[in-house]
Every structure is written in C-alpha cells, then in structure tokens.
Design a binder for this molecule. Structure first.
Ligand code: ZN
Ligand code: ZN
Length: 358
C-alpha cells in the first residue's frame, strides 16, 4: 500500500518538473516531507531527481526512516549544506527546485553559495498534491473529527459560570488526548463574552460569566492529521441580539454546506455563507475566509476567500466556518469539517449545531 502510494506521489511530482522548469527538487517543509515519504521524524531533507529519491536524515532516525520511507534511499548525514550539495551534484541535477516558503533567508544564502546548480524558487508544488486526500488520509481525519466530537460532548457538561477559559481549554485538550489524540490540532480557542468577538481568541484567564456566548474552536492531532471544529454555546440567556446573530451564522453555514460541490471556485464557495450574512446586514462583521483545507496542516489548500480561484474537487477535506463578530458585544462562529464527494459532501463533525444554552 505505502509502496504504491509513495511511487504514485513521486510520479506526480516528477510530472510537474518540466512545467516548473526543474530537473530535481529538495523538500524542506516538514509536512511536505512527511506527505511524500511517510517519514514522521522531525528532521530530514528530501531530494528528488528524475530517477532517484533520497531522504537525508540523521542517525537518530536510521531505523525509522528505513521502515517508513519506502522507495526512498535513506542517507544519514550531519545536516550540513555541503553534504546536501554533494548529493544534488551526484544525482546530476542542474536546475534545483527549492521550497521558498519553507526556508530562511540564511538557509537560502547557504544553498546559493554552496550548491553549484541553478536554484529555482517554487511555491505550492507538493501542497497542490496534498489537496486531494487518499482513502487512508480521509479515514484518519474522520477519526480526528470523532475525537473532537467526543470532547465537545464532554465539555458542554462542564462549562459553567466561574470557570476560566483556560480551564475549559485544558479540559478539551485532556479529553482529546485521552481519546487518542497526540495533542490538539491547533491553539485551542475558548473565547467568552466580549472576547468571543475576537475571531482568534486563544483561551485566557478570563472567567466565563452568566449570559455570555462562548466560542470553542479546537481539534485533534491524530496520526499526523488534524480536525478543526467550532461551536459557540451560550451560558445562560445571551440576549436577543446574539440569539439572532447565532441563527444567521447557522443558516450561513447550512447554505455553505448545501451549496458546496465539485467544480465551484473557492470564491464561489466563500460567497455561499458570505452573501447570506451580507444580506442580513452583517457583512462587515465577517472578516475572514469562509473555510480552508485541513490535513497534515491545520490550514492548507484550498482556501475559501473572496478572491480565491482554486477549484473544489472530490477528495478535498475542508472546513466551512462563517462567523459574525460584534466588537464589545460578542461573536458567533460555527465550523464543520467536510469531505467533498462526487455528488456533494460528507460532514465529518457531528456535534449539535442548534444553540445550546447551558
Ligand atoms: Zn477552527
Ligand atoms: Zn478553521
């Protein structure tokens, strides 16, 4: 299984060599490295030429790399650019693609000075391949989403006035680990009351008060893959305004979920929830994109935005996450993870979406 998948991925990358003007490529992004090789270690560089594929890593990972990186020649090295240069030259590469988004300027200068070939800065080559998930990847994300749902079921039993946001976040993370996650998939957001108007309000010392909305945006990191779900709950009656906003966001999400399908551009998808929120007069309070891909990274291709022109395809796993944020008052965001299928979607996160008043 792994053997074939690794070969297919190598073939797909090599198929793009001509188009991007290279005859070899080094991969320095951790997620791209893992995607291409299956190697889960924390250090290593991949070199791919027309004929060869090498994984350079250090002696700590000798055995692990050999087992995981099927179809790659595993080479132990001392992490110097000189050694990398030697391999690039030995492999006969003349135009070397480098991942410009995953390299410091210092590293670039070393590459430029020590690797005696033409460097071709590239962006998104492996990321494009990662957009369409394999059955195995989908199953892993499905598991990550299940863990997230379990954590939500548990946390709504626990949230009450007087708890600090951080206590809620800690509990969410504890439950996810207990249910099999390695860690949380991203910074856990617990934002209550006026802080729920902050789209990225990482849990603070603030205490949750009666009558507040609490936004919980969290996910599990499971076997290398991530889930990403948001639910907003009320602790006591949040008042008419926020109840209204909640229903608008929920309807916006439903419009996104029912409208998204293969063939739409990412800006058309973005417009599905956004147009509804605009029509209700809250357009200016929805300041972020309507969703993004998830996988090895918490935010990856495709990105839904007002300007995106990528195309949605079956096999993509994405979030849909409309929100309305009223400064000083509070906010609501609801986010699901979905798989795009040939004829629509499969929702992967199943936690309830009707307003829960705790
Ligand atoms: Zn999220
Ligand atoms: Zn998200």
């Amino acid at each position: 299984m792994t053997t074939k998948v690794n070969m297919d991925k190598l073939k797909s990358v090599r198929n793009r060599f001509e188009e991007v003007g290279i005859d070899g490529m080094v991969i320095t992004s951790r997620s791209n490295r893992r995607y291409m090789t299956n190697f889960t270690g924390s250090a290593g560089i991949v070199i791919i030429s027309e004929r060869e594929a090498k994984l350079l890593t250090d002696s700590r990972y000798e055995e692990q790399a050999g087992e995981q990186a099927v179809n790659y020649e595993v080479v132990l090295y001392k992490r110097s650019v000189e050694e990398l240069a030697e391999h690039v030259e030995k492999m006969g590469i003349k135009k070397l693609g480098i991942e410009k988004d995953y390299m410091t300027y210092g590293e670039y200068l070393q590459y430029r000075d020590k690797i005696n070939v033409e460097l071709v800065p590239l962006s998104g080559v492996i990321e494009r391949l990662r957009e369409i998930k394999s059955e195995e990847e989908i199953n892993t994300i499905r598991e990550a989403a299940k863990i997230t749902d379990k954590a939500f079921t548990h946390i709504v039993e626990l949230i009450r006035p007087g708890l600090a946001e951080k206590q809620v976040a800690n509990e969410l993370e504890y439950i996810m680990r207990k249910e099999g996650a390695t860690s949380s998939g991203s910074d856990t957001i617990v934002a209550s009351g006026y802080r729920s108007a902050l789209p990225h309000g990482v849990a603070s010392e603030k205490t949750i008060e009666k009558g507040e909305m609490v936004t919980l945006d969290f996910g599990a990191y499971y076997n290398g893959y991530r889930s990403d779900m948001t639910r907003t709950v009320a602790v006591g009656d949040p008042g008419e305004k926020l109840r209204e906003v909640y229903q608008i966001v929920l309807e916006a999400l439903n419009r996104g979920l029912s409208g998204i399908k293969p063939g739409l551009s990412t800006k058309e998808v973005d417009a599905l929830p956004r147009d509804f929120i605009k029509a209700k007069g809250y357009g200016e309070y929805f300041g972020h994109g309507a969703g993004h891909g998830i996988g090895l990274d918490i935010h990856e291709n495709p990105f839904f935005s007002t300007t995106g022109n990528n195309v949605v395809q079956a096999g993509m796993v994405v979030t849909v996450e409309p929100g309305i944020y009223l400064p000083g008052i509070g906010g609501v965001r609801i986010e699901d993870d979905i798989l795009i299928t040939d004829n629509g979607i499969e929702v992967l996160t199943h936690s309830p979406k009707e307003l829960l008043v705790l």
